[in-house]
Design a protein around this ligand. Structure first.
Ligand code: GLN
Length: 544
């Protein structure tokens, strides 16, 4: 029997609801249960693919090619369960499906309404594509009280009836603010947000109260009394030293125990060893290095959420604390090497991540040149690989006008719009005029690695599968020119047409990949590219 846990948020956003959901999933797993996590987003975009990363944060891409909310990244990293297209939905997607059905005439002349048609579509999403999971955790984006989330809450209200009293649980995540002037923690906002939830017919079963301070027992009892839950179901979620402490902290407050009691489940003893060891390794590094991330969306670190996490995983694997210096690549749009030197001389490694558009691209190329010339470990991801190709071609390949068609049609187009590629046995086609949403090369694709290469040493296998999200590709016809410039293509798509990995042999560590390895890194399974990049950076830092 599959049980459903709905996670809602109250008081303010940014309470770590996504992380709390991922942590709960992981705690249930550690008791031997099979879990699945889903996110229901109330905004009107069909998916976050067209949203600015500095507004909405990173777009997390699944193996099956969906552009999803970054919380799915937390789910994968904490549970190891590979997320799918069927794990994220938005109001925009629900409405566009309902309207498509209406146009097809599927509703047989009925008047289409939020209740029941939209709420039915939401319920369908929640119950779709489930096999033998013990728990499906559904996080509702936004904050209770937002107009947009009402249909989702109504759908949950209906589902609670459909599923019966033992079939579901509502976890409401709230905030207990500390008022410094009064020296007191306040419970009122939590009471109000529970009232708000009750007004749409939902009574939370468990409250997860985020706080920066310990909460006295009498306060906990008071919250329970006012909010109509048992004191034991008021879980105090105090700020933790690191995200890796959170599973241990929430468990010690009884979070997973109360969930199991709610469902009348035998209390299996959770096995938390792997979190204990990750938390220990994270907090007890044997050295420290600094990596520069030269990107475009550096004003909001959530834009590179998985990247930051993957670097940390690489650090844990090497027993190193990795500090990240986020640098807006526009500061490097200069011929003056003193500026590059100022920012990069004491850095242990340079990473140029994914990105879109011309702005800042010359700065990235300059940073790559500097890392190449000064033998600083370099790792390029997606756009970072495209810029590394342009840099080698311009500086060493006698092609000063090497360019990408993403920036216009001038110059020698080493990076160009991909108009056709293979997905399994079928072909995907694109033109310049396609919609921007959902039309990139998306999701997992295979790549074949050459044996005599750094990539092979890192992966230790010749066949890999990695996730993609890009529109442009390095043109394989320039392979010879690039090799003469010292840049070798060490990974290719199985049909040999799409360069996937490039590297330099005249450098201690210079590798760039067309895919996004950060999306598959997990704390207990760090991605080898990040482990080796951090290791190379560690070696370099002993030299600088
Ligand atoms: N803008 C580039 C492209 O579309 C790279 C995308 C990325 O870095 N994710 O191909």
């Amino acid at each position: 029997m599959t049980r459903f846990i709905f996670i809602t948020g109250g008081v303010v956003s940014s309470l770590g609801k996504g992380l709390a959901s991922a942590v709960l999933g992981s705690l249930l797993q550690s008791r031997g249960y099979k879990v699945r996590l889903r996110k229901l987003d109330p905004y009107l975009n069909v998916d976050p693919g067209t949203m600015s990363p500095t507004q909405h944060g990173e777009v997390f891409v699944t193996d099956d090619g969906a552009e999803t909310d970054l919380d799915l990244g937390h789910y994968e990293r904490f549970t190891g369960v590979t997320t799918k297209k069927t794990d994220n939905v938005t109001t925009g997607r629900i409405y566009s499906d309902v309207l498509a059905r209406e146009r097809r005439g599927d509703y047989l002349g009925a008047t289409i309404q939020v209740i029941p048609h939209v709420t039915d579509a939401i319920k369908e999403f929640v119950r779709n594509d489930i096999t033998d999971e013990d728990f499906v955790l559904c996080e509702i984006g936004g904050t209770v009280g937002d107009i947009e989330s009402l249909p989702f809450l109504e759908a949950i209200r209906q589902l609670r009836n459909d599923l019966g009293s033992n079939g579901s649980c509502i976890v409401h995540v709230t905030l207990l603010p500390f008022i410094h002037a009064a020296g007191e923690l306040k419970t009122k906002p939590t009471q109000h947000s529970v009232k708000e939830l009750q007004s749409v017919g939902l009574q939370p079963d468990i409250l997860l109260c985020r706080t920066e301070r310990p909460v006295p027992l009498d306060q906990k009892n008071k919250i329970g009394q006012f909010c109509n839950v048992a004191a034991a179901d008021v879980i105090i979620a105090e700020d933790a030293r690191s995200i890796y402490q959170v599973p241990l902290a929430y468990h010690s407050q009884g979070f997973d125990t109360q969930i199991c009691r709610h469902f009348n489940l035998d209390e299996k003893k959770p096995v938390l060893k792997r979190w204990e060891s990750i938390a220990y390794d994270f907090e007890n590094p044997e050295g420290k290095i600094t990596i520069a991330i030269v990107g475009k969306y550096t004003s909001l670190q959530d834009s590179y959420k998985s990247l930051g996490e993957a670097i940390t995983h690489g650090g844990i694997a090497n027993k190193l604390k990795v500090e990240v210096e986020w640098i807006d690549s526009e500061v490097f749009e200069t011929e003056n090497d003193d500026i590059l030197s100022h920012y990069l001389s004491n850095i242990s490694g340079v990473l140029v991540p994914g990105g879109f558009g011309k702005r800042g691209s010359e700065g990235k190329i300059n940073a790559i040149r500097f890392a190449r010339q000064r033998h600083i470990p370099f790792f390029g991801i997606c756009f970072g690989m495209q810029m590394a190709v342009l840099e080698s071609a311009r500086a060493l390949g006698n092609l000063p006008n090497a360019n990408s068609s993403e920036f216009g049609s001038g110059g020698d187009l080493l990076v160009g719009l991909m108009t056709e590629w293979a997905t399994g046995n079928s072909k995907e086609q694109r033109t310049d005029f396609d919609d921007l949403g959902g039309t990139m090369r998306l999701g997992a694709y295979e790549c074949h690695i050459t044996r005599e290469s750094l990539a092979y040493q890192i992966y230790n296998t010749i066949e890999i599968s990695e996730r993609h999200r890009h529109r442009y590709e390095v043109n394989i016809n320039f392979q010879k020119l690039l090799e003469d410039a010292g840049l070798f293509i060490s990974g290719l798509s199985p049909d040999g047409r799409l360069p996937e990995i490039v590297e330099r042999k005249d450098h201690p560590f210079f590798i760039a990949v067309q895919f996004h390895p950060e999306l598959k890194s997990k704390p207990f399974q760090p991605h080898p590219l990040f482990t080796e990049f951090v290791s190379a950076a560690g070696k370099h830092s002993r030299l600088v």
